[in-house]
Design a protein around this ligand. Structure first.
Ligand code: CU
Length: 460
């Protein structure tokens, strides 16, 4: 639930405020709107006569603003938050206005924005407006372009939104720790011309990785790559919202990468074009079709497609380790191992409950009931209409349906496939026994030829 004391809709105008000079006006700090919920809030339509299709933030919300003279005023509060990563796991993070990521900020090209930032963290912070064209002193790099914002203090950023597009905000003050703790938010600037790049549905999310030991709550902030929780908007599958889309809609999906590795985001069922980056809109002549788009560290990408084929279409990071939860990287590979004797020995010597895993692959973990520490997500989970989905992390579903109402984002359930359009099993008595071609004779039965470095090449 969003608390919005002091706000009326998204454009509460302060009477007579237009007469006041900038600095005096700014002395009145708007109430900070906060939420504790990880549920997707409906899009926030502008109530001041501006015309744009607002975005929806996966498992998130858009920050309401007030009009003060010709300025739009927003209030961000940097603070410790509790974020449900998925049902069954909560993380103690840092964020903005009650959640991580912070609320999405939406405004229009040409707007004058005044953003109040209050620091309720135990250390300094500052906010950088990633990708925006603004005066150097508003760029938010603590120590370089402004003093750090000390705990308990409020700073003001004021600038004019020079161009529309896809942006984000994040700290530039103890940046490594604060981003590892979940501090980030999306910033969308809609075009002044309501017809330019208009879409029917526009989704936004930020990629973040966390390293949270099973059974604990606080991310380990020194981890660089071996994260065990891979998230979109600080949510992991099956906690990530579906992308609910009406058949025929023009759809845009925007994302930014604040992890420390790249993510090839892949969507099934369609090809799409990248139409926007954090540098701006991509001219039509420079677009090409893709089904995966890699988003490097610190980059943002937005792609578009027309949703003309109904179905349940997977969308996920194509690094398969990033569609797992709570994964340890030092687990041994057992595929092909005959473990019966080994298991009996281990049970006799060490643990009567020892359970071997992975001799036939790891898929069995998708349906296994295993004891887990409190506050820990299974490595792979989620159940679809045909069984366990065996996924985690950066995975969701684009649900394209006929006949939805405009701006209806409710989960429509699983897709009902037309008869005869689902992959099916051949009766076993109809399948011929597999034949195997005779292997080519290897001299001496050797299967591999390994060339070793000769002695004069030196040692490594
Ligand atoms: Cu990834």
């Amino acid at each position: 639930m969003i608390t919005r004391r002091g706000f009326v809709g998204s454009a509460a105008t302060l009477a007579g405020a237009g007469l006041v000079s900038g600095r005096v006006q700014a002395a009145s700090i708007p109430e900070a709107v906060t939420t504790q919920s990880p549920d997707m809030q409906p899009p926030l339509f502008p109530s001041n006569g501006q015309d744009y299709q607002p975005v929806v933030t996966l498992n998130g919300w858009t920050l309401p603003w007030r009009k003060n003279g010709d300025w739009k005023e927003f209030h961000l509060v940097a603070e410790p938050v509790v974020r449900e990563i998925a049902p069954g796991m909560k993380a103690h993070l840092w964020g903005y206005n009650g959640q991580s990521p912070g609320p999405t900020i939406e405004a229009v090209e040409g707007d004058k924005v005044r953003i109040f930032v209050t620091n309720k963290l135990p250390e300094n912070t500052a906010i950088h407006w990633h990708g925006m064209l603004l005066p150097s002193g508003m760029d938010g790099v603590g120590g370089l372009t402004q003093p750090h914002i000390e705990p308990g203090k409020t700073f003001i950023y004021e600038f004019v939104l020079k161009k529309s597009g896809t942006f984000m905000y994040h700290p530039h003050s103890d940046e490594m720790v604060q981003m590892a703790m979940g501090m980030m938010g999306f910033f969308v600037i809609h075009p002044r011309d309501p017809k330019f790049m208009r879409v029917d549905r526009d989704f936004v999310f930020l990629l973040a990785g966390y390293d949270i030991d099973p059974g604990s709550y606080v991310p380990k902030v020194m981890t660089m790559l071996d994260f065990n929780i891979w998230t979109w908007n600080s949510r992991a599958f099956p906690g990530i919202d579906n992308f609910v889309v009406r058949k025929g809609d023009r759809v845009r999906i925007r994302f930014g990468n604040l992890t420390m590795t790249n993510h090839p985001i892949h969507m099934h069922g369609y090809d799409f074009s990248v139409t926007c980056t954090d540098g701006g809109w991509v001219p039509e002549s420079a677009r090409w079709p893709e089904t995966s788009i890699d988003v490097a560290v610190g980059q943002m990408r937005a792609f578009e497609f027309v949703a003309d084929v109904p179905g349940d279409w997977a969308i996920h990071c194509h690094k398969s380790h990033h569609t797992m939860n709570a994964m340890g990287h030092d687990v041994r590979t057992f595929i092909g191992v005959q473990k019966r004797d080994l298991v009996q020995s281990i049970r006799r010597l060490a643990s009567p409950e020892y359970m071997p895993m992975g001799a036939a692959g790891m898929g069995e973990m998708g349906s296994m009931e295993m004891p887990l520490p409190d506050n820990t997500l299974p490595m792979m989970t989620g159940t679809g209409p045909f069984g366990p989905i065996e996924m985690g992390g950066m995975f969701s579903v684009v649900k394209v349906r006929e006949g939805l109402a405009a701006n209806d984002y409710k989960d429509p359930g699983w897709y009902k496939h037309p008869p005869g359009t689902v992959a099916y099993e051949v009766p076993s008595n109809a399948a011929p026994a597999p034949t195997r071609a005779a292997p080519a004779k290897q001299p001496g039965g050797v299967e591999m030829n390994v060339r070793k470095p000769s002695s004069h090449q030196g040692r490594h």
